[in-house]
Design a protein around this ligand. Structure first.
Ligand SMILES: Cc1ncc(COP(=O)(O)O)c(C=O)c1O
Length: 440
C-alpha cells in the first residue's frame, strides 16, 4: 500500500503557462484560466482531421498516435452521416420511446458475454459520470464506502471520482476510504504478479476495516493505462477479484480506455483476463468523438439504487448519441477493426522490441493490440526511468509529425493509442520516425 506522490496525468507534456505565449495561446488561457491544459511547449492549432491524421493551421499533417477517441478514424463519414441524419430528424431526451436508442442498447449489450448477466445499461455523456454512477451503485449494493484503485489511476473528474484518481491529485492526500496499490506488474510484484496483487488487495481491505470502512469495490482500468500500460500476462486479476468478492465488495471494470476492440485480442479489456466484472464502465471511443459513455450493470444493483435516488441524464443516450454509437459498432464489426488492432499491434510491438534491443533509452515495450506502453530510461541504466528524455522524445516525434503522449507514475512511459483503422504504411511511418528520434 502506498501514499506515494505520482506525477499528475494532466501535467505530462503540458504547455508551461510561464513560457512566452502566442496570441492564440494567450487567448485560450484568458478564456479558460487555470483549467486550460494545452499539449506541447508550443501548442498546436488544429484545423481538420481525417483517418489517422490531423492537420494544423500551417497545413502540417500529424499521424495521431495519441487520441483513442476517434477509434474508427477522425471525421469518419459513417458517423457524420448517422449523426446528421438523426439530428435533422429527432433529438430529444430519453423519456420518449425512440427505437434507435433501444437498437443501440441491444447492439451494445450483445458485445458482452451473456453469462455476466449485465442486462442493464445507463448511458451518460462522459466516463467520469459513468464511474461516478458505478461507484454509487457499488456503495448502495454493498453498504460499504471503501474503494481500492491503482497508484496512478485516473477514473474521472467529478468530486466523487477525483477521490479515486490518485493521478489527478496534486497536493491532496487520498481520503481515508480510498487505498491505492501498485498495478499488477512484475516490476512491483516479481514473478507471482497475480498472487502479489491479490495480497495487496487483501491488505487494502484490512486497512480499510481498521479504519472502520467496509470495501465497496475494486475499481480497475483493465489496461492500467495511466499506470503505464500493463496488459499481460492475461489472467492475472482472478485472485484479486476473488479476494474482493469474499470481503463483500464488487469489481468494477473501467473500460473507458481499453474498450471497443482496442486490445485486439478481445472487444473488452477485462475479457483478456477471463474475469467477470460486476459493473463495467465505458466511454471515450464509444461515439468516435460524439460525447458518449455508459454503465453496464446487473439489474439488481440498479433496482436497489433507483429505489432510493432518482437518476436522469438529459443528454446521455439521446437518439443522436445512439446513431453515433451504432455507426461505431458497425464499423468495428464490418471492417474487422479488432483483428486489425491485433495484427498491427503485434507488428508494432515486434518492431519496437527490436529497437529496444539496440537503444539504451528503451527499457521495455509492452501492451496489447493498439494499446502499447514504451518505458524510457536513462542511457546509463534500464532501472532509471527518464521522464525528461520522454518529454524530449514527445517533442522530437512532433517534429517528425507524430502525436504521442506519456503515462506512468513519473511520466516516463510513452503511451501509443493510434486509430484502430491504422494501416501498415502508417505503422511503418511511426517506426521509422521513432528510430530516428532515438538516433538510430
Ligand atoms: C480510465 C479512465 N476512466 C475514466 C475517464 C474519464 O472519462 P471522461 O474524460 O470522459 O470523463 C478517463 C479519462 O481519461 C480514463 O482514462
Amino acid at each position: 500500500m502506498i501514499d506515494k506522490k505520482v506525477r499528475p496525468i494532466l501535467e505530462m507534456n503540458a504547455f508551461d503557462k510561464q513560457c512566452p505565449q502566442s496570441d492564440s495561446v494567450a487567448r485560450r488561457i484568458a478564456n479558460s484560466g487555470a483549467s486550460s491544459v494545452l499539449f506541447y511547449r508550443d501548442p498546436i492549432e488544429m484545423v481538420s482531421a481525417e483517418g489517422a491524421w490531423m492537420t494544423d493551421i500551417k497545413g502540417i499533417r500529424y499521424l495521431d498516435f495519441y487520441n483513442n477517441v476517434p477509434c474508427i478514424g477522425h471525421s469518419h463519414p459513417a458517423v457524420l452521416e448517422a449523426v446528421s441524419k438523426q439530428i435533422g430528424t429527432l433529438n430529444t431526451n430519453t423519456r420518449y420511446i425512440v427505437p434507435i436508442v433501444d437498437e443501440y442498447l441491444e447492439a451494445l449489450k450483445s458485445t458482452f458475454p451473456e453469462a455476466l448477466n449485465l442486462t442493464n445499461i445507463v448511458l451518460t455523456c462522459s466516463g467520469s459520470e459513468a464511474n461516478d454512477l458505478a461507484m454509487r451503485l457499488a456503495c448502495k449494493h454493498t453498504q460499504g464506502t471503501g474503494f481500492i484503485v491503482t497508484e496512478s489511476a485516473y477514473h474521472g473528474n467529478t468530486a466523487f471520482v477525483t477521490q479515486v484518481s490518485p493521478s489527478a491529485l496534486k497536493n491532496t492526500k487520498l481520503p481515508d476510504h480510498v487505498i491505492a496499490i501498485p498495478p499488477p506488474a512484475k516490476k512491483y510484484y516479481g514473478e507471482e504478479v497475480g498472487q502479489g496483487f491479490a495480497n495487496q488487495v487483501k491488505a487494502a481491505i484490512d486497512q480499510l476495516n481498521q479504519r472502520g470502512i467496509k470495501v465497496a469495490a475494486l475499481l480497475l482500468d483493465s489496461v492500467f493505462s495511466s499506470d503505464g500500460v500493463f496488459t499481460e500476462p492475461y489472467g492475472l486479476l482472478n485472485k484479486a477479484i476473488e479476494v474482493v468478492h469474499q470481503a463483500g465488495g464488487l469489481y468494477i471494470a473501467d473500460e473507458v480506455q481499453p474498450g471497443f476492440a482496442r486490445t485486439g485480442t478481445a472487444f473488452w479489456g477485462f475479457q483478456n483476463h477471463h474475469v467477470s466484472p460486476d459493473i463495467v464502465t465505458l466511454g471515450k471511443p464509444m461515439g468516435n468523438g460524439f460525447p458518449m459513455a455508459g454503465v453496464v450493470t446487473k439489474s439488481e444493483y440498479l433496482d436497489a439504487f433507483c429505489a432510493d435516488v432518482g437518476y436522469f441524464n438529459t443528454f446521455g443516450g439521446n437518439p443522436v448519441a445512439a446513431a453515433a454509437g451504432l455507426a461505431v459498432l458497425k464499423e468495428i464489426q464490418v471492417n474487422n477493426l479488432q483483428e486489425n488492432a491485433r495484427v498491427l499491434g503485434d507488428y508494432l510491438k515486434q518492431q519496437l522490441q527490436a529497437i529496444a534491443e539496440v537503444s539504451p533509452h528503451i527499457s521495455e515495450v509492452r501492451g496489447s493490440g493498439l494499446f502499447i506502453g514504451i518505458d524510457v530510461c536513462d542511457s546509463s541504466s534500464a532501472q532509471k526511468p527518464d521522464a525528461e528524455f520522454t518529454v524530449k522524445m514527445i517533442d522530437r516525434l512532433r517534429d517528425e509529425n507524430i502525436l504521442i503522449g506519456a503515462a506512468g507514475p513519473d511520466g516516463s512511459t510513452l503511451k501509443l493509442r493510434p486509430t484502430l483503422c491504422l494501416t501498415k504504411e502508417e505503422a511503418d511511418y511511426f517506426i521509422q520516425a521513432f528510430a530516428k528520434v532515438l538516433g538510430l
